[in-house]
Design a protein around this ligand. Structure first.
Ligand SMILES: *[C@@H]1O[C@H](CO)[C@@H](O)[C@H](O)[C@H]1NC(C)=O
Ligand SMILES: *[C@@H]1O[C@H](CO)[C@@H](O)[C@H](O)[C@H]1NC(C)=O
Length: 188
């Protein structure tokens, strides 16, 4: 009977599965979405869903709450994330994402997303490492494209100058020949 009960219960409840990116790079002063989506074997509603977002500064084990969702969004009333976080999730879309507002380099660190959807229980949490940088990082492909485009432009300009000089020289030569022949005609 105990074994049957175990199988029965393991069928009825299972852990919520979470997906997050492992790293997000954001530019200082911008809003950045921390994406967290999940799978649950049970229907999801605002009433069944509980989401906990926590923050750990770099090289630290201390966790602080970023946002708590239960029936509705409960952003913090104090601390680093006061007025700096918004709920971007949707129970219907199995989305527990948040958006950090006007991020600054002090937001660097690890953000964890934990989801419970009753009667499914909380599984392994998702972890996102956020890096706030001063400027947009130009991708290597972008830099390569700029380098290739730039050298093409330089080559075209040089070709243009060479052609122009040649054309000018040829015109000068033609004019010299014309003058020369004109001079010849004068002689006769
Ligand atoms: C980040 O940007 C703000 C303006 O949005 C600026 O005042 C601040 O100095 C910047 N932080 C750093 C570390 O440069
Ligand atoms: C935040 O992370 C960025 C990228 O790793 C780094 O350049 C910057 O110095 C860090 N700032 C702080 C305050 O930790």
């Amino acid at each position: 009977i105990t074994t049957n009960l175990f199988f029965l219960s393991s069928k009825m409840f299972s852990a919520v599965e979470i997906s997050t990116p492992s790293e997000v790079v954001a530019v200082n002063g911008t809003d950045v979405k921390l994406s967290c989506t999940f799978k649950s074997t049970h229907p999801v509603s605002d009433q069944s869903l509980i989401v906990k977002w926590n923050y750990r500064p770099p090289n630290s084990q201390s966790e602080t709450s970023v946002l708590y969702f239960q029936e509705s969004s409960h952003p913090p009333n104090e601390g680093l994330f006061k007025n700096r976080v918004a709920w971007s999730g949707s129970a219907a879309k199995r989305d527990a994402s948040i958006t950090l507002l006007h991020v600054s380099p002090t937001f660097n660190g690890t953000y964890t997303c934990q989801v419970t959807n009753r009667p499914d229980f909380q599984g392994r949490g998702g972890e996102i490492v956020l890096k706030v940088v001063q400027k947009a990082i130009v991708s290597e492909i972008g830099m390569l494209a700029a380098a290739v485009g730039g050298s093409c432009a330089v080559i075209l300009v040089i070709l243009g100058i060479i052609m122009g000089v040649k054309f000018y020289k040829k015109r000068q030569e033609d004019m010299d020949i014309e003058e020369h022949s004109m001079g010849k005609t004068d002689l006769y």
